[in-house]
Design a protein around this ligand. Structure first.
Ligand SMILES: *[C@@H]1O[C@H](CO)[C@@H](O)[C@H](O)[C@H]1NC(C)=O
Ligand SMILES: *[C@@H]1O[C@H](CO)[C@@H](O)[C@H](O)[C@H]1NC(C)=O
Length: 370
């Protein structure tokens, strides 16, 4: 009975002391800050060293995105230990030590809603309440991506790629490593702030789609406080164009190779106009090979290079003298340019009509005897 009265008196005293210290605010100490990456564990320190006073309790209060008004959520009683008040959240763990007057707690699986200010109130006898404020700051690493837009050869500046750092806190920085192409390429950047405190930054790359930049290597480099190291996303610029100048080379005594520069790579086909392919001729990719020299090989061969932007053809006339096993050949015309579906950059030669342009006129008329 006597003990319980004493205890009540003690509590009353503490309450008065607490009110006094709260009003004067003299015992509020900045306990520092804790910066943690989303999903990690935050440590919220609370210590009152160098005191010989008796601890009554340590209580925790928070003001966060989830609880914008002062919310008492945790009490560490000197005799009964820690307990939740106003509902529990098992992500909190007491990691301090009552004997050392250390009320440090940890919060695991941190979310954006946990960001805010945490205050621990150490109640001592007789000095009363001592407050420590810890601000919890969250870092969110961005999700990064690079989306390229294959472009078609042309003279007008076009959009080449987007580099995105989404949902970053604080906002991510994006720069481009364009090395030798930096005079030709241009970049822009925009950032959008989200309600949850993160931001999405998109940086776009523009340039004139010339053959010079085709195959050029650039890098989008993302830096953010939430990332342990900067992130570099590589990009090989793709400028698409239809086959340019088809070439036939005599690759060996009995075979021809047909080649063309194009992006995507040209599909090469060999055919004979209005005739079956002789059985002694074999085609492998761009290679036309004569297995034996027979006179039925004599005739006109057509090589066609095509991709989805157009096609180009070249003819070779082969004469085989079966007695001497010698071939004579003449390369006599590049006739057809067909450009399909190119968005304005290329002049269209559609409708299946064969069109001649100066570069398509017979360029090379070698006549070889062997
Ligand atoms: C924290 O997250 C991990 C992994 O998602 C999960 O297994 C664990 O149960 C979570 N802990 C709490 C206390 O919510
Ligand atoms: C924040 O909001 C954005 C946009 O609504 C969303 O895409 C993102 O996932 C959110 N981030 C977190 C960590 O909740």
């Amino acid at each position: 009975m006597c003990f319980s009265h004493f205890s009540m008196l003690l509590h009353l005293l503490l309450l008065i002391c607490g009110l006094l210290s709260n009003r004067s605010n003299r015992a509020l100490v900045n306990g520092g800050s804790s910066t943690v990456v989303l999903g990690d564990t935050a440590t919220l320190p609370c210590k009152k060293p160098d005191t010989s006073e008796a601890l009554t309790q340590i209580s925790w209060q928070r003001r966060t995105r989830a609880k914008p008004l002062d919310d008492n959520f945790y009490v560490i009683d000197a005799t009964t230990g820690p307990r939740f008040v106003n509902g529990g959240d098992n992500r909190f763990t007491f990691v301090g030590n009552i004997g050392d007057i250390d009320g440090t707690i940890q919060l695991s699986n941190v979310t954006l809603m946990d960001e805010g200010t945490y205050t621990c109130i150490i109640t001592l006898f007789p000095s009363g309440n001592h407050r420590r404020e810890v601000s919890l700051r969250l870092l969110v690493p961005p999700s990064t991506s690079l989306e390229d837009n294959p472009v078609i050869l042309g003279d007008e500046e076009v959009f080449i790629a987007n580099c995105t750092a989404a949902g970053s806190k604080p906002p991510a920085e994006i720069r481009w490593n364009t090395s030798s192409l930096d005079q030709i390429l241009r970049t822009t950047s925009i950032s959008t702030q989200h309600e949850n405190g993160t931001a999405t930054t998109v940086s776009s790359l523009f340039g004139k789609p010339s053959r010079d930049i085709n195959g050029g290597l650039v890098q989008c480099v993302i830096t953010a406080e939430g990332l342990t190291e900067e992130k570099a996303l590589p990009l090989k610029i793709q400028v698409h164009f239809p086959p340019v100048e088809v070439q036939i080379i005599e690759s060996s005594k009995d075979s021809f190779e047909c080649k063309s520069e194009a992006n995507p790579n040209a599909n090469i086909t060999w055919s004979r106009s209005n005739q079956f392919f002789p059985s002694s001729a074999r085609v492998q990719g761009g290679r036309l090979q004569f297995l034996s020299m027979s006179s039925d090989l004599t005739g006109l061969y057509l090589c066609e290079a095509s991709n989805r932007y157009g096609r180009k053809e070249i003819f070779v006339y082969v004469h085989v003298n079966s007695e001497s096993s010698k071939t004579a050949w003449v390369l006599f015309a590049v006739l057809l340019v067909l450009v399909i579906g190119a968005g304005g950059a290329w002049k269209l030669h559609r409708s299946g009509k064969c069109q001649r342009s100066p570069e398509d006129l017979p360029v090379e008329v070698p006549l070889k005897e062997k």
